[in-house]
Ligand binder design. Structure first.
Ligand code: FUC
Length: 817
């Protein structure tokens, strides 16, 4: 059967040939039984999980803006009253009391991302018969999920893709024998809904989302609530499925459509919601979901299948083909199913192509879940079947959302960063009000969680959440470093001036107001937590609220440094710069604890969980740039802290550790984490917080449960193993960059190449090749021009490049003409 699928995958190259690497394909010989075996397609807004059943196909559908609830005032003026009491408790050393009091600073829980529904295809006749051969797959290069099986003398093929240019999902059903395709179509939703047909060729599902959904971790009596009053709150949505049959007959009846004896069938799926931005009620001031769903459907209906496919491929491949990764291949790997490859790899057999596949899958998933104009990728990207998904499938801002975007710039998908950058701008609007009401502070703040309503207040339901996660006020600062990163990679001056700077500045203003003098000459955050981790107090009790968590200090150091560099580039606001510089110099210094480890809090406290999943205190190593080999003692202490945390963890925790070991320039240790992240995880519906992360059969990252951040951290981590970069702006505004080649190459990947990684300062590694564990060749490309120091081991060479320039260097960094 393999040749059949291979044949279907040929052709359609629209933006140049795919460079040599293993076929980028997930493949299986059985339909999906579980959701984490189904295969994801998406265009940033419309997502589908394709199960690939023979008798009946299930397409589990999502629309990225479909959320419960609506905008509301979640700020808590009471927080401001309690703040001085919390601070007094902290400075008197009573962390238990501070932790208890901090609960009074919370706000309500955020809302939940909702599933749209399921399209079900019930195949009749041979199309639903007993197959003699079966294969399904996902071609990452074409962004098409395929199902192919043979019944009797007929081969049936299903192709599914979600196209960004045409804003529809296309399902194409074909057969190599005429008149053999028969099926019934129906649709349903876990939300309130009704289905009908237009009497001709279109199935219409209309629904409404709840006005409130409690988070999955909360046990409550009535967790899903609909507004049954007149003029109700709650987002409305509509799914339209239009059938275009070649040959045969389409009939409609009640709530289903039937196709008989067709040669080929195309289904066009369009969906939309009444979401009208974060500040308007989706129930009362919403957009017209019907009109929004109809518009792309009517346009797609006038477009041929070939044109829909061609436009989809051109759009996807323009992004996807920018990076090619070859880590070598193992014999027989291409013949194995993806789950069998995972099993073989975990038994200890080499399969470098599997790591390359997971790397490219991260890029595929980012393209499929994050496109300009839509919301950023949430905890599950855009794929969710549950009304109470894990952690509300929200934007968790103390690591997960930021992690989703770690690969965006380096793995050459800067456009996919845009939804997050735009979301940050929205949070900055709401967060200004929260800073003022909750803390009497200037600037903007965001806390642990956000939803589509851009909630910026802390969650916890006014005292029910644990402050170790609910109260965290550092999200605005962390998110704002993404604005600088976007500039650092692309050097887009207008973006920095017009969009990034105002938001960065306001985040820094909040930081300045939030910091307090500890009376000993340092600025500290208080209250302060190290995300989700408690400590033993000197009196032997447990608490989590204290002062100057290392992560707080490092995030503010990073933000202030970004702002100072932005000011130098823009040549503006020297007084503000002076304030930032003075504050940065007074930040509570990072300290080394009794175990030789970088301390997690201002005091050398013992954590309650030694192997806790969040290596938050290592922010300054990655994603930050505060702690480098230039400060050997701190660098060694940070490394020690990572050793103390261990090599296991949840999926995303393993992913973060790949990035960290890469920054410590230890390729073989990074590879231990690569291997751990590639552990097959059987989906039994459990949530675990300790060891045991990995991937599911469909290569979705397993926290467990499914959480997409680990996929994205894997991609950024492998990028960091192969090349790292740094941009610094001198006081006179002059930019200088450094690129570090193969800083953490593991011995498991002795030879290979990568094309297209982006580097800070506006550079691109058009090609980086290595052999015998050493550099063989690198081509540096500079779209915007500039000077850069290229390092490989102890060697370095300085390049001054003009815009559009390209320099080729050999194994010893000498120029190849
Ligand atoms: C934080 C993490 C959990 C999980 C959740 C979405 O609470 O500590 O591991 O990733 O976010």
């Amino acid at each position: 059967m393999r040749h059949l699928l291979a044949a279907a995958l040929v052709g359609g190259a629209t933006t140049g040939p795919l460079p040599a690497q293993e076929p980028l394909r997930l493949r299986y010989t059985e339909p999906a039984r579980r959701w984490t075996e189904a295969l994801p397609v998406g265009n940033g807004r419309l997502g589908a999980m394709v199960f690939g059943g023979v008798g009946s196909e299930r397409l589990q559908l999502n629309e990225a803006t479909l959320w419960s609830g609506g905008p509301k005032d979640w700020n808590n003026p009471g927080a401001r009253e309690v703040l001085p009491q919390v601070r007094a408790a902290i400075f008197s050393g009573d962390f238990v009391k501070a932790t208890e009091l901090a609960k009074k600073m919370q706000g309500p829980y955020n809302q939940s991302y909702q599933p749209l529904g399921d399209l079900r295809l019930h195949f009749s006749g041979e199309a639903g018969g007993n197959p003699s051969s079966y294969e399904r797959g996902l071609d990452l290069d074409r962004a098409v999920a395929t199902v192919r099986y043979r019944v009797g003398d007929a081969t049936f093929t299903r192709e599914v893709f979600s196209t960004f240019p045409d804003q529809v999902i296309v399902v194409r059903l074909t057969c190599d024998q005429p008149g053999r395709i028969g099926l019934g179509l129906s649709a349903d939703s876990p939300l309130r809904y009704a289905v009908e047909t237009d009497g001709k060729d279109t199935l219409v599902l209309r629904g409404r989302a709840p006005s409130h959904v409690d988070p999955s971790y909360l046990s409550s009596k009535n967790p899903i609530r609909y507004d049954d009053g007149p003029n109700p709150e709650g987002m409305t949505f509509e799914l339209r499925v239009r059938v275009r049959a070649e040959g045969g007959r389409v009939t409609s009846g009640g709530a289903s459509l039937t196709v008989a004896k067709a040669d080929a069938v195309t289904l066009l799926l369009s969906a939309a919601t009444s979401f009208n931005g974060p500040h308007k009620s989706p129930g009362r001031e919403g957009r017209d979901a019907t009109a929004e769903a109809l518009r792309p459907l009517e346009a797609a209906a006038k477009t041929t299948d070939a044109d829909l496919m061609a436009r989809h491929l051109a759009d996807h491949q323009k992004l996807f083909r920018r990076v090619a990764l070859d880590l070598g291949s193992a014999p027989g790997a291409a013949e194995l199913t993806t789950d069998a490859r995972l099993e073989r790899f975990v038994r200890g057999e080499a399969d470098p192509g599997l790591a390359a596949l997971l790397y490219q899958y991260g890029r595929y998933l980012l393209i499929a879940s994050s496109r300009p104009g839509g919301p950023p990728a949430n905890l599950q990207g855009i794929w969710n079947e549950s009304m109470r998904p894990p952690w509300s499938s929200n934007w968790t801002l103390n690591i997960n959302t930021e992690m989703n975007y770690w690969p965006a710039e380096v793995a050459n998908l800067a456009e996919t960063h845009e939804p997050l950058l735009a979301f940050i701008e929205t949070l900055a609007v709401n967060g200004r009000r929260t800073a003022e009401v909750n803390y009497g502070a200037r600037g903007w703040v965001a806390h642990h969680n956000a939803d589509i309503w851009a909630q910026t207040a802390p969650v916890g339901n006014f005292g029910f959440g644990d402050p170790k996660w609910a109260n965290w006020p550092m999200s605005g600062a962390w998110l704002s470093t993404h604005l600088w990163e976007h500039y650092a990679f692309g050097r887009d001056l207008a973006f920095l001036r017009d969009r990034a700077w105002p938001v960065m500045k306001a985040a820094a203003e909040f930081g300045l107001d939030w910091l307090v003098d500890d009376g000993k000459g340092h600025l500290v955050t208080a209250p302060s937590t190290s995300p989700e981790l408690s400590f033993h107090t000197p009196e032997g009790k447990e608490a989590s609220v204290t002062l100057a968590a290392t992560m707080d200090m490092s995030i503010l150091w990073e933000l202030f440094s970004d702002c100072l560099e932005a000011l130098r580039v823009l040549g503006v606001e020297p007084e503000f710069g002076a304030r930032l510089e003075a504050a940065r110099a007074k930040l509570y210094p990072l300290r080394i604890g009794a175990r030789g480890q970088l301390q997690e809090w201002a005091h050398d406290l013992m954590e309650t969980e030694v192997h806790h999943r969040h290596p938050s205190h290592l922010f300054g190593v990655y994603p930050g740039r505060q702690i480098t080999a230039a400060q050997p003692a701190l660098f060694a202490a940070a490394r020690r802290a990572l050793e103390v945390r261990g090599d296991d963890g949840t999926g995303w925790s393993l992913g973060w550790k790949i990035n960290l070991w890469a920054r410590f320039r230890d390729g073989d240790h990074a590879y231990v984490l690569v291997k751990n992240l590639l552990r097959p995880v059987y989906d039994d519906g459990r949530t675990t917080y300790g060891p045991g992360g990995g991937v599911y059969a469909n290569l979705f990252d397993a926290h467990p449960p499914f959480q997409i951040d680990g996929n994205f951290a894997f991609t950024s981590g492998v990028s960091e193993m192969l090349a790292q970069s740094r941009l610094s702006i001198a006081r006179n505004g002059k930019a200088s960059s450094e690129i570090d080649l193969l800083p953490a190459l593991p011995s498991a990947w002795p030879a290979g190449s990568v094309r297209g990684l982006r580097m800070r300062g506006g550079f691109e590694l058009a090609e980086l090749a290595w052999a015998n564990k050493g550099l063989s060749k690198v081509t540096v490309h500079s779209p915007v021009g500039g000077s850069v120091r290229v390092r490989y081991g102890a060697r370095a060479v300085d390049l001054a490049m003009r815009p559009g320039g390209r320099v080729i260097l050999g194994a010893d960094l000498t120029r190849i003409p």
